[in-house]
Design a protein around this ligand. Structure first.
Ligand SMILES: *Cc1c(COP(=O)(O)O)cnc(C)c1O
Length: 481
């Protein structure tokens, strides 16, 4: 190799210097964030302005100066570690897990086959087995890791399809109109999975929710009967644990009972809230979880790892080997279950060494870390809900079951349409000001402000300030009308 630029790109000493500097920079940043930095949580700029600014940067490239670039990325990004970040449900990664992410990125052990990721393959098996045990599965439980909750849900439903049809769906497609039942509050990716499997709109049966935005379990039977009459073959129920909008947990025990009666696959979309299983205090939220045939669990939400890091657990892990292939029945024995070549059971061929990120936390801190994190954030959400209830200007949507809290500013004598408009404007102003980052959601067609407590450094004082801010803006907007 006589090309200088390649030597430069792989220069160990330069890497050492840049790496040290970056870690120092991130450590300072983290300390600054934890002290409630005055920096805007999201330095707001419109997408067009942002694109223009980076186009200019590109037009001046190559520039060689990696430090300057990293600094700029750091300063212009949304600051997830900021304790006033209380928006979407993305973890502020624990530094150890982020370092594991760097290690994974550097080693690039792609894992599809054992030889291409011996450590991460073994660790994945180990971690998934351990978590299966925590969930309450017996020794036939286990799982795989995949890139995100969306993909995990699709993978689970493909396994369900293979298990609950004549077992030829993978080779011959499906002649029947297959369908699943899911709450109308489920994450949109369930709908997407149904459509990707080619079941069409008829393949998703949406069950209404109760006042707590939980699936109405009394509606399962009539919807099931109706679907059967209409010639559909219902194969699964997807339960939300918890739902994305309001953090509501479906009643897993009642749904399990229904699934057992009709021989349906129960998939629990626990991308966000299955993590409650690690909290002694909140474990009862997922009572019945061990009856689920499959469970999606995002580590990059409640469990402090960088994205994307997702577990897909199976009560009978053996069935996960059927997802992408059909085994001849004479091969159905343990020895044929080749756990170590992970690509056989995932949509991905190459994937990140995500198990390393998870195991770094587990090995360093034990289960207690996740218990503390989940408990602390769920506790904080309860306190925040009480603070909202104490303000007559605000309305709490529902008592939170997780760390997600929905509420709105609600002045007297305002129509529903005006209320939605007003709250959307409040949220937009807060976004652009940058002192806090919150999001919004629609509940029964009306706009609510939505807060997810993701950072254990968020204090009650900060949350009080947020409520002052919301009310102040609401009043100013009212006056301006
Ligand atoms: C976040 C979430 C998803 C999507 O997971 P990704 O990891 O973002 O793909 C799916 N379902 C629920 C309930 C979620 O909260």
């Amino acid at each position: 190799m006589n090309n200088d630029i390649l030597h430069q790109a792989y220069d160990p000493e330069q890497f050492r210097q840049q790496g040290h500097r970056l870690v120092d920079r991130l450590a300072d940043y983290l300390a600054q964030m934890q002290h409630g930095s005055a920096l805007a949580v999201l330095p707001w700029q419109s997408p067009e302005d942002k694109l223009y600014a980076w186009q200019t940067d590109f037009d001046n490239s190559p520039q060689g100066n990696i430090n300057q670039f990293f600094d700029r990325v750091l300063m212009e990004s949304i600051h997830i570690h900021h304790p006033r970040y209380v928006g979407h449900q993305v973890a502020a990664p624990a530094p150890a897990a982020a370092l594991a992410g760097l290690l994974s990125a550097f080693l690039n052990n792609g894992m599809a086959v054992y030889e291409m990721g011996p450590v991460s393959s073994a660790i994945e098996r180990l971690v998934m087995k351990q978590i299966a045990g925590k969930i309450g599965y017996d020794s036939s439980g286990g799982g795989i890791m995949t890139s995100g909750g969306t993909l995990a849900n699709l993978t689970a439903l493909l396994a369900a399809r293979q298990a609950k049809t004549s077992r030829k769906a993978w080779q011959e497609g499906t002649q029947e109109q297959l369908a699943l039942m899911v709450s109308e509050e489920a994450h949109y990716c369930v709908d997407r999975a149904v459509k990707m499997m080619g079941w069409g709109e008829a393949g998703i049966i949406r069950i209404p929710v109760n006042d707590h935005y939980q699936i109405r379990t009394d509606q399962l039977e009539p919807h099931f009967q109706q679907a059967q009459k209409g010639g559909k073959k219902v194969i699964a129920v997807v339960a939300s644990a918890c739902s994305t909008s309001t953090g509501s947990y479906d009643d897993l025990e009642a749904i399990t009972h229904f699934c057992q009666q009709h021989d349906l696959w129960l998939h629990v979309d626990g991308a966000h809230g299955a993590a409650a299983v690690f909290s002694e205090k909140y474990r009862s939220r997922v009572a019945g979880l061990s009856q689920a045939d499959s469970i999606t669990l995002d580590f990059h939400k409640m469990l402090m790892t960088p994205a994307l890091t997702t577990g897909l657990l199976f009560k009978n892990e053996s069935l996960s080997f059927d997802t992408f292939s059909q085994r001849a029945s004479y091969l159905l024995n343990e020895d044929e279950e080749d756990w170590s070549n992970s690509g056989k059971r995932t949509v991905e061929c190459t994937k990140r060494m995500m198990s390393v990120q998870v195991y770094t936390l587990l090995r360093t801190y034990g289960w207690e870390l996740w218990d503390e994190n989940v408990t602390c954030l769920y506790d904080l959400a309860s306190k925040f809900a009480k603070m909202i209830q104490q303000r007559s200007e605000l309305e709490l949507a529902i008592e939170p079951q997780a760390n997600i809290v929905c509420f709105r500013y609600i002045p007297a004598n305002t129509s529903a349409a005006q209320l939605s408009d007003l709250n959307a404007q409040i949220r937009q102003q807060i976004l652009e000001e940058g002192k806090f980052y919150i999001v919004q959601t629609q509940l029964k067609g009306e706009v609510f402000l939505r807060v997810t407590l993701m950072n254990p450094f968020t204090t009650e004082a900060m949350l009080n300030e947020l409520l002052d801010n919301v009310i102040q803006r609401g009043e100013d907007l009212q006056r301006a009308i």
